[in-house]
Design a protein around this ligand. Structure first.
Ligand SMILES: NC(=O)CCC(=O)C(=O)O
Length: 270
């Protein structure tokens, strides 16, 4: 059901702290960490950022500080991608479209062209997202060179049917930018692991660190392989985490335990 991957891909996760409401500082921070990742000994093929990295959860001022049509943030990511010849899964940013605010991921290829845009479809009530943000209406897969990837953001990982939809659309790797706080580290790790094992896909998850008001974000960004093995996992400190994915393993695991052939969708709820 999947195409052979061209070659293994080196991934760099930008596990950053984010300053609430300070777009300029956050853009500078991301650029600085992306530059460090791009000039490391092992050059990444893909750089991944966390969720809402431009504004943080500054939802009470989000109408004023969200990026109109995502222009400023996507220009920065596009230029970086082109200059360094690195693909970017741009976490997500607060994007303003007229008076609506979306939590939106942009993805760029090595030429700096936007290859995907995904707006978070499940809004997280515990952090008041539904009061300030508009839900996206589409699931999204995209190509990273010859690898098919699926887009998701944070709370989305609690919806196994959503991830299965992406896997059935041939995704071999799932990207998960996040701002996922304590006390739910155990949920974060378990859900990411489950999504990788049940869908026999790579899960690449980039969470922020730091404190915002009384909320502590624990990091623990992870890359998990389709067999459920952890390739890399951060702690609760700012860091650039790196790991390599090889999507030939996705085909191998799907061949070893043929879950996708053994499904009985006609017996499942509609
Ligand atoms: N930013 C988010 O979607 C947070 C999701 C979360 O913390 C959860 O427990 O789910």
């Amino acid at each position: 059901m999947t195409a052979k991957a061209e070659a293994p891909m080196n991934i760099a996760l930008i596990q950053a702290d984010i300053e609430i409401g300070n777009v300029k500082a956050n853009m500078n921070k991301m650029l600085d960490m992306m530059n460090k990742a791009a000039t490391a000994n092992t050059k990444p093929d893909v750089i991944v950022l966390p969720e809402l990295w431009n504004t943080g959860y500054a939802l009470d001022q989000i109408q004023d500080i969200a990026d109109p049509m995502g222009q400023e943030t996507s220009r920065m990511l596009s230029e970086f991608a082109k200059e360094h010849r690195i693909q970017i899964v741009g976490g997500s940013v607060a994007e303003r479209v007229e008076d609506r605010i979306y939590n939106t991921m942009y993805v760029f290829n090595r030429d700096g062209e936007q290859v995907a845009k995904y707006s978070k479809i499940h809004l997280f009530r515990l952090m008041d997202e539904e009061k300030h943000l508009e839900a996206g209406q589409h699931t999204v897969t995209f190509d990273l060179e010859r690898i098919k990837a699926g887009a998701s953001i944070c709370y989305d990982i609690r919806f196994p049917e959503f991830m299965r939809t992406l896997a059935l659309a041939d995704a071999q790797v799932l990207f998960v930018p996040a701002q996922w706080p304590h006390p739910r580290l155990h949920h974060w790790r378990t859900l990411l692991m489950a999504r990788a094992i049940e869908n026999q896909m790579y899960v690449v998850a980039c969470n922020r660190v730091g404190t915002s008001g009384d909320t502590d974000f624990f990091g623990h960004s992870m890359i998990i392989d389709p067999w459920g093995e952890v390739i890399v996992e951060g702690d609760d400190q700012e860091a650039i985490l790196t790991g390599t994915i090889d999507c030939n393993l996705t085909d191998e695991v799907r061949g070893r335990i043929p879950v996708f052939e053994d499904r009985r969708p006609n017996l499942y709820f509609k």
